[in-house]
Ligand binder design. Structure first.
Ligand code: CTP
Ligand code: MG
Length: 237
C-alpha cells in the first residue's frame, strides 16, 4: 500500500471576504495551506502530498512550500487547479504516480485536523473500506426547506431525525481506483457533488463514517478564522 494526500487549495475563499486566496491566508503567522500540508505529512502513512494551487498561483505556492520545512520523508507536488472543487481534485488525482493505491482528499481550509483523525481514516481504507469519511454528530437541528427568494420566509418540508445525521469533514479516504471510477462516470455526467464521497456514493459503492474531530472544522467565514487562531494559540501554550 502506498497512500498519497491530495489537498485542493485552489478556491478563492469568497465567504471569508476580500484578500488573498483562502489557502494562502495566514494562521498564527503561517499560511493555512502549510498547516494543512503538515497535518497530512505528520501521518506516517502519507509519503506524497499533491497540492492543487489556484490556477494562476502554482509558482507562488511552490515557493511558499519550499520556504516552510516539512518532514523529510514527504514529497510535495504542486499542480494548478480548476474552476470547481471537483475539477481541482481531478487535477490532483491526475498527478499521482502509478504506485499509489489509496488516496486522502483533504481541504486546505481544514488546517488543524489532528493526526489521529488522519490515521483513523487511512486505517479504515487499509482495512478494506473503499471510501471513508470522518464525521461528527450535529449540534443543531436541521430542517429541509423549499428555497425561496433571499430574505423571504421559506416553508419547512421536514425535519430529519438529528441522531442519524453526521456533519462530514476531511480527509476523506479512498481506494484510488474507486475514486477515479467515480470521477470518470459521475463527473462526465455533469452532476455536481459537494464532497468526494458523494460522487462515490452515486456509483453504488458504500461509504463508511469514522469519528471526526472538532478541530477538523472548515475555515469558511471570518468567525472560523477567530476560532482557528484560538485553537492554535491553545496548542502553542
Ligand atoms: N477548492 C479548490 N478549487 C476550487 C474551489 C475550492 O481546490 N475551484 C478547495 C478550496 O481551496 C478549499 C476546499 O476546496 O480548500 C473547500 O472549499 P471551500 O471551503 O468552499 O473553499 P473556497 O471555495 O475557497 O471558499 P468559498 O466557497 O467561500 O469561495
Ligand atoms: Mg467553495
Amino acid at each position: 500500500h502506498r497512500t498519497a494526500a491530495v489537498i485542493p487549495a485552489a478556491g478563492r475563499g469568497v465567504r471569508l471576504g476580500p484578500g488573498a486566496p483562502k489557502a494562502l491566508r495566514a494562521l498564527g503567522g503561517t499560511p493555512m495551506l502549510v498547516h494543512a500540508v503538515r497535518a497530512m505529512a505528520r501521518s506516517r502513512a502519507v509519503s506524497l502530498v499533491v497540492v492543487v494551487a489556484p490556477p494562476d498561483g502554482a509558482a507562488e505556492v511552490r515557493h511558499l512550500l519550499d520556504e516552510h520545512p516539512l518532514p523529510e520523508r514527504t514529497d510535495v507536488l504542486v499542480v494548478p487547479g480548476g474552476d470547481t472543487r471537483q475539477e481541482s481534485v481531478r487535477a490532483g488525482l491526475d498527478a499521482l504516480p502509478a504506485d499509489i493505491t489509496s488516496v486522502l482528499i483533504h481541504d486546505a481550509a481544514r488546517p488543524l485536523v489532528p493526526v489521529d483523525t488522519v490515521d483513523s481514516v487511512v486505517e479504515a481504507v487499509r482495512d478494506g473500506a473503499p471510501a471513508v469519511v470522518p464525521a461528527l454528530p450535529l449540534a443543531d437541528t436541521v430542517k429541509e426547506v423549499e428555497p425561496g427568494r433571499p430574505g423571504e420566509p421559506e416553508p419547512v418540508l421536514g425535519t430529519p431525525e438529528r441522531s442519524r445525521l453526521r456533519a462530514v469533514q476531511t480527509p476523506q479516504g479512498f481506494d484510488l481506483k474507486t475514486l477515479l471510477h467515480a470521477h470518470e462516470t459521475i463527473a462526465v455526467n455533469g452532476e455536481g457533488a459537494t464532497d468526494d464521497a458523494g460522487m462515490v456514493e452515486r456509483t453504488g459503492v458504500t461509504v463508511v463514517v469514522v469519528p471526526g474531530h472538532e478541530e477538523a472544522f472548515k475555515v469558511t467565514r471570518p468567525l472560523d478564522l477567530v476560532l482557528a487562531e484560538a485553537v492554535l494559540a491553545r496548542r502553542r501554550a
